[in-house]
Design a protein around this ligand. Sequence first.
Ligand code: FES
Length: 636
Amino acid sequence: MSGEEEGTLCTVSFSPDGVAVEMVRGTTILEACRAAGIAIDAVCGGTGKCGRCKVRPKGLFDPGDTSALAEEERESGVVLACETLVTGDLEVEVLPRSRIREHQILTRTLETPVVKLSPWVRKVLLELPKATLYDNTADFERVLRALGDRNLEMPIVTLRNMSNVLREGGWTVTATVADLKSRGEITRLEPGDKCGCLLGVAIDIGTTTVVGQLIDLLTGDVLASASEYNRQISKGEDVIARMMYGEENGVGELTDLARETVNSVIGRLLEDTSKERECPVTAVDVVGAAIAGNTIMTHFFVGVDTRFIRLEPYVPVAHHMPPRSGHDLGMEAHPSSDVLLFPSRAGYLGGDVVADVLASGIHRSDDLAMLIDVGTNGEIVLGCREWLVSCACSAGPAFEGGEVSSGMRAMHGAIDSIRVNHDFATSYHVIGDERPNGICGSGLIDLIAEMYENGVIDRKARIQRLQTDRVREGEEGLEYVVEFQGSLGEGATGDLVITDADLQNVLRTKAAIFGAATVLLRKMSEDLDGIDTFVIAGGFGNHLDIDRAVSIGMFPDIPRDKYRFIGNGALEGARLALLSEEMRKDMVEIFDQMTYIELSVDNDFYDEFTSSMFIPHTDLAKFPSFKDRGSQETAR
Ligand code: FES
């Protein structure tokens, strides 16, 4: 391609969206999707490995490598968006399963009442004596005198406009005073009495989604909740892919995308609240923010390098990011607002888990509790009032739609619960009550449990040769047909199947979680029976059937009434810290108290992981509810 040709603009239009963008010849269809604002599944970050970014283009293009696609897909004109170069005008259809659609983002929290409201920001009404020839003290000192605290500071942005505000208000002003930093600050001055409005935001920055709440700091009420996909997804599905992107391209782009997402969420919170109150609520009214995220998301949001988190010994730049202003972090908030970032315990155990613990209250209880937050990583905390230990295991993306051919996120079109009938046909529930496009995490757990119960797989999760058209030889060995193409959602290019390789990926994920939990217990000389409460945090618990998760050996076989769901613990922890000084102290204590165990160098973990690569486990004594069934199967 000549230099002139490379600079040629081509029109790429998307159907049925009716959106068109001008792209330079030689760019990829994936880049065109991003430019057009089409959310497309790109699990591998555009490296051609995951086979998720399926599109059907018409026009001039170079398809590149299509080896990640099935033969029948290639024959029907499907290509990978990340591999396909735009060489002329194009019309592109994004396959339904490759679209990221409405997601079941978890905004639900416990909303624990805060007994004593003590946000770090307060408003004070000041009625100042007017400056005269006989009292010509400078304006700033006049404000300090009225507040009775000569040690308060004032950011330069507030200082610049202070004199005008004092006079505009006729020497009656409202001062916003913040006590988060080592020295208190007057972060905002408003003319007149504005004491009736004091707002803050609580934000959970997840690898996949960003969730926020707008909080009335005077009453503690949640005024609005909003969520959005983390726009960094276009640079890689998981934290490793994004760190690698950051190493190659610098973290700037990832920082911008994280901030854009946070600001979009805040924008929606303000819009919803303005509608509700029938008066405008604007970004400058937001005077405080508490943010919980995993270590990598926190680093990107602040704008610092993550390279040494990815490499052994996995060291973050800082555990405690010092409080920053909204301006420093490019936030849609008052420029002098203080932002509290939850401290991260380790490279792979972040502030979101500290917030989970805070929300769960396990650090204040005499009972022994285990808390688990399952995402691409599984984070586990064990402990009580006296002590806390934690670890993280690489659970893999199987429960978030990755590494499983029929996997998808928990969004419309995903099977979230399923039964295998005696004739090996299936009955299932689909999110959004539509035809299925794939299976999400809770559906996969159900499916494996059901396949095992009905003899479709053995204890090693290997598909058995059965006299049914549901089990057949596929391109990669035996596969089980979950649903035939005719019953699937629009754009399906084949039957919905689960293969032996898929099952092994799910088995590895559940084994990593159970193995990590077992190692943590052993380190503290505790056992499964000693657990009083088992807390599940995060979106994963949303659709989960505990009995099924226990039956495949993912969670311990303890009385089911010991299980407790806390919803989005990271968001709840952020809300609590925003509203209560006691909770902010607890946050620091949890961080100080929590020991982190690195599993990647732990031989015990490897042994436990290997023992857990069975349904439910090699040691059936650990799963008394399923012991008989397992023994029968072993005998068979
Ligand atoms: Fe295109 Fe993964 S194959 S994003």
